[in-house]
Design a protein around this ligand. Structure first.
Ligand SMILES: Cc1cc2nc3c(=O)[nH]c(=O)nc-3n(C[C@H](O)[C@H](O)[C@H](O)COP(=O)(O)OP(=O)(O)OC[C@H]3O[C@@H](n4cnc5c(N)ncnc54)[C@H](O)[C@@H]3O)c2cc1C
Length: 622
């Protein structure tokens, strides 16, 4: 095994959170190497003229190579697991920038109550309203503590949006429920699509509070932390699953990686697959072991600090694989909490409207051109008489190139139609679409139901761009029977067990979905479509249709080592020179995309590492 020169910090992966930490650490004078399993792909030159839907949308060029690494899934602990051989439910990234290159860039702050989730619900509704078997818990920090990091992050990468609450003052046009901000967004919201405007009019008419989707896509030219001027969005339509060719969509390669490289203290080694965190006799980490996948050579990378910034699925796998006599169950797993609190989301399109003769041009733009309501998200509405807890964002009007692509892959046209604006992850799919529509409102989408041949073609010709979906992004709670562990049967290309996911929707999800589908139906009726299709009930979870890459949990943060893996800085309780980043830390998953808060958390950890940790290395931060 070749031994590399020791560095201060090694990060596993060179994705979104790794880049933020590398930038904090290198500008403070620490040497950092990022080991990235995927290829080098460096910012705009590589993404120019990338309008290749087949390569990126269909063949998933930016995602993990499933012939080498995959995950297995089973719906419950009694069922057998099977490896996922084709991309479906989620799309983790591969290569410099990680999933944060091909993301949709919808960028939120979670609610103050999301961070006091258990306490909030117990105080307002009583402990007996928490679903049986659910392991929800509070974050170990408050919204107020994270707020300055949100603001820095938003200004460093350039977020476009309309603030709803600045220092307690409510502002028209923003989200009236959001936690107080100390500053407005640095940029105005992106332009809205026709569908977004129709949704805003309908929801305002019903007494709700529509607002524009906050986005890490520039509405105007902007300079972020790298100092380079980035262009405003050109609405090209090749956004989610593509790298941005004009740098309008923020990612690790637009700002933080170039800024870290400018320090001369940063190195990224691509095609480097990390397998283990190595530990010494004192139980602390000494570095990592990885394979150079181009040569097959195995290397040891010694480091004072190891940062697991490899996306939740890989972070958990690495922790479980890092067994030693000091940590027989893996790093971070002395109390057997690694893999627990896996959560997902209800990222679905319950209602689709067909507006005969309309041309929405939904093949242009980006998913962030949508409008949103949060009147039914979180605990923004009274749950006293409801049979579930939690809520969902409701959205419509995002654009993407999906309709054109999917129209080519006949007969699966229904994917494109649900994707014309109904889904909050910039995607066109729903695990629910096979359910029958409501009697009396049976609309036929081309490619669905009993319509075939000439009739289907006619329908497609007339309506392919006249379809508007309403989507939800619903909260997902953790449960005792929902977790990640190592698969006892299947192995990856390097002989290690693959990660096994045990997950299915629970009764709270079904009830939440049923309620939200009715809200979407009311809104769609207000929009007056020629026909509509509604899916009233939630189907069981499936791995074959895309829902969201919002896999969360597995090494959650907490105030107490007895019920968490890390403290609020992502510092592992039982191995304090190992840090974990990203949605791996979330105890449960709110009804919004996860990346805004995990970027802010990376800022907070970066500050703690540079200003405090290295003064007292290996001690737990308080
Ligand atoms: C299609 C899509 C749309 C999305 N849209 C949104 C959105 O609109 N809003 C939002 O908030 N979030 C969105 N997300 C999620 C967002 O991309 C992630 O939350 C974010 O990228 C997570 O950052 P990270 O640093 O944790 O992981 P990543 O950015 O994914 O970085 C992890 C890196 O680690 C590398 N890696 C993994 N394992 C190893 C290993 N063993 N050895 C070496 N390297 C390894 C990976 O190759 C990757 O580069 C979307 C994701 C996808 C896929």
């Amino acid at each position: 095994m070749a031994r590399q020169r020791k560095v201060d910090v090694v990060t596993v992966g060179a994705g979104w959170t790794a880049a933020i930490l590398a930038w904090h650490l290198t500008k403070a004078g620490h040497s950092v190497v990022s080991l990235e399993q995927g290829p080098a792909r460096f910012a705009t030159p590589d993404f120019e003229h990338n309008h290749d839907s087949l390569r990126y949308s269909i063949r998933k060029a930016m995602m993990v190579d499933l012939t080498k690494e995959t995950w297995s899934w089973r719906p419950n602990p009694r069922a057998p697991s099977l490896p996922i051989r084709q991309f479906g439910s989620f799309h983790p990234g591969n290569g410099i920038g990680g999933a944060g290159i091909h993301w949709a860039a919808q960028t939120w702050r979670f609610y103050p109550s999301d961070m006091r989730y258990r306490s909030h619900h117990v105080e307002r509704y009583g402990a007996d309203r928490i679903p049986e078997g659910s392991t929800i818990q509070d974050w170990p920090l408050t919204y107020e503590e994270l707020e300055p990091y949100y603001t820095r992050m938003e200004y460093d990468i350039g977020i476009s949006g309309q603030a709803g609450n600045i220092n307690g003052e409510l502002l028209p046009g923003g989200n009236p429920y959001e936690g107080a901000r100390s500053a407005p967004y640095p940029l105005p919201p992106l332009v809205r699509s026709q569908g977004a405007d129709m949704f805003a009019e309908a929801t305002a008419g019903l007494g709700y509070n529509p607002f524009p989707q906050p986005a890490a896509i520039l509405s105007q030219a902007y300079r972020g932390v790298s100092g380079k001027e980035r262009s405003g969005c050109l609405l090209c339509g090749f956004c989610t699953r593509f790298g941005c060719e004009v740098d309008a969509k923020a990612s690790a390669v637009t700002d933080h990686i170039p800024a870290a490289l400018q320090t001369g203290m940063y190195e990224i080694r691509t095609e480097s697959k990390v397998h283990r965190v190595n530990t010494g006799p004192d139980g602390l980490a000494t570095g990592v072991t990885y394979t150079d996948t181009l040569t097959g050579e195995v290397h040891e990378q010694p480091a004072d600090v190891v940062i697991l910034s490899a996306f939740p699925l890989s972070n958990v796998k690495l922790m479980l694989l890092s067994r030693s006599s000091e940590h027989p169950n893996g790093v971070g797993n002395d109390r057997e909490k690694v893999g627990k609190n896996y959560s997902y989301q209800l990222n679905l399109g319950p209602v689709t409207g067909i507006f005969e003769g309309r041309r929405f041009r939904s093949y242009t733009g980006n998913s962030c051109m949508q409008n949103v309501i949060h009147d039914f998200n979180a605990d923004n509405f009274d749950h006293s008489d409801l049979d579930f807890i939690g809520g969902a964002s409701i959205t419509a009007g995002g654009g993407e190139n999906a309709p054109v692509v999917s129209a080519l892959s006949l007969p699966a046209l229904d994917q494109a139609q649900f994707g014309s604006g109904g889904d909050s992850d910039g995607n066109g799919n729903s695990g629910t679409r096979k359910r029958p529509p409501v009697a009396g409102e049976v609309g036929s989408l081309a490619g669905q139901g009993s319509e075939w041949g000439q009739a289907w073609k006619e329908n497609l010709r007339r309506n392919w761009d006249g379809i508007l979906g309403i989507g939800i992004q619903g909260e997902s709670l953790p449960y005792e029977d929902q977790f990640m562990d190592l698969d006892p049967t299947y192995k990856d290309a390097w002989g290690d067990p693959i990660l096994r996911i045990t997950f299915d929707f629970h009764e709270n999800d079904r009830r939440l979905y049923r309620y939200m589908a009715q809200r979407c139906l009311e809104i769609m009726r207000e929009m007056n479509p020629s026909r509509l299709v509604v899916t009233e009930e939630l189907s069981p979870y499936n791995v074959h249709s895309y829902q969201s890459t919002h896999n969360t949990g597995g090494a959650i943060m907490g105030a107490d080592p007895g019920d968490s893996v890390t403290n609020k800085y992502g510092q592992v309780w039982d191995t304090p020179n190992v840090f974990v980043t990203g949605a791996t830390l979330y105890p449960q998953n709110p009804g919004m995309n996860p990346t805004g808060p995990l970027l802010a958390l990376a800022y907070m950890t970066g500050d703690a590492l540079t200003t405090r940790y290295f003064r007292n290395p290996r001690e737990l931060l308080v």
